[in-house]
Design a protein around this ligand. Structure first.
Ligand SMILES: *[C@@H]1O[C@H](CO)[C@@H](O)[C@H](O)[C@H]1NC(C)=O
Ligand SMILES: *[C@@H]1O[C@H](CO)[C@@H](O)[C@H](O)[C@H]1NC(C)=O
Ligand SMILES: *[C@@H]1O[C@H](CO)[C@@H](O)[C@H](O)[C@H]1NC(C)=O
Length: 318
């Protein structure tokens, strides 16, 4: 609870407005929503934080990692959960662009990455506290060029880490291929460490998961139109998932975490309006980025191999 209050304090000092917290782990509001007239208060709109669900263990979801802001870099003087992510290759993590791009909040993630203050932690059910977690240094990050902070379109980013994922509870997840057909009504799973439950004193940091039903974009648009006119932009790069009545069970997770169906990742947690409301959660449509992901990884790995060769060549000669 203290953590939350501190964060709100920091954010309100900076923005002059308590609701304009532009941090992935708190209410972050895309600009399109701030300007509009609609039936939701700003505080209903959140990015990537979902509440509810059930606790689980990393051993069941070994592809799950967290992005952790280390104590010395964190605005609250303790390790701070920043985002979720998934292991997609031995040195690569998939996450949301808004986890990596600078926001108006107190922390610049790029700066944090450059100063090794933001790390990928895997092999743990308790992102923040457990000693068994394995930290991975981020050595390269790339955000999709189409990313739009106002609409959260193309909300996808890749992180290359130095230490490969080799822990007992670290494993690669398959990605939905480019021709993947989203099955409307299928129950997918989303998982994460949503430590922030504003109505609770408990900051349980155990991994949680919840089921959500995949929706088609037409239906999703209609849902949002009901409460927000045409303000809410559901792009073809997004996929929605939730429950008809909203959820008592409506999930807890984190921005950047995976939406999983049939052992494949089909989405990345992006944004939504509060929790347990009839509006669904919105995810990045992963299948559309199969080519982009493969290209970035191939190109970047080549550069790193060249660099290593050059390094040994220079040092071999001197
Ligand atoms: C937004 O939050 C207010 C106050 O918590 C609540 O009364 C209202 O029903 C919420 N609206 C939606 C669409 O969730
Ligand atoms: C990773 O997690 C597993 C399961 O909790 C644990 O047994 C193991 O010791 C941890 N560390 C490594 C390096 O695998
Ligand atoms: C699940 O994936 C397997 C291959 O990985 C595929 O053969 C099967 O049809 C899929 N099932 C569903 C329900 O999508």
């Amino acid at each position: 609870m203290k953590l939350i209050l501190n964060l709100l304090l920091i954010a309100s000092v900076i923005s002059g407005d308590q609701v304009l917290v532009r941090l992935p782990y708190l209410d972050m509001i895309p600009k399109q929503f701030e300007k509009g007239r609609y039936d939701v208060t700003i505080s209903n709109i959140t990015t990537g934080r979902i509440i509810g669900g059930h606790v689980t263990k990393i051993i069941k979801y070994k592809f799950m990692v967290c992005l952790l802001l280390l104590k010395r870099y964190s605005p609250v003087k303790s390790n701070l959960l920043w985002c979720g992510g998934s292991i997609i290759q031995s040195n690569w993590v998939l996450t949301a662009a808004h986890c990596v791009v600078q926001t108006e909040g107190p922390v610049d993630p790029v700066n944090a990455i450059n100063n090794k203050g933001l790390v990928v932690r895997g092999n743990t059910s308790y992102c923040i506290t457990e000693k068994k977690g394995i930290d991975h240094t981020i050595i390269y990050h790339e955000t999709h060029k189409g990313y739009n902070a106002d609409t959260l379109d193309y909300d996808i980013a890749l992180l290359k880490v130095k230490e490969p994922f080799e822990g007992k509870a670290e494993e690669i997840i398959k990605l939905a291929p480019h021709n993947y057909q989203y099955v409307v009504g299928s129950a997918a799973r989303v998982m994460g460490w949503g430590v922030i439950q504003l109505d609770s004193d408990e900051t349980s940091n155990q991994l949680r998961q919840v089921k959500v039903k995949v929706m088609d974009n037409k239906h999703c648009k209609a849902k949002f139109r009901k409460i927000g006119g045409s303000r809410f932009y559901i792009s073809p790069r997004m996929v929605c998932a939730g429950w008809k009545k909203g959820g008592k069970d409506a999930c807890q997770g984190d921005s950047g975490g995976p939406l999983v169906y049939n052992d494949s990742q089909i989405g990345i947690v992006s944004w939504g309006i509060a929790c347990a409301t009839p509006t669904p959660g919105v995810y990045t449509r992963v299948s559309l980025f199969a080519g982009w992901i493969a290209n970035v990884i191939e190109r970047t790995d080549k550069v790193f191999v060249l660099r290593t060769k050059l390094w040994t060549w220079i040092h071999g000669r001197s």
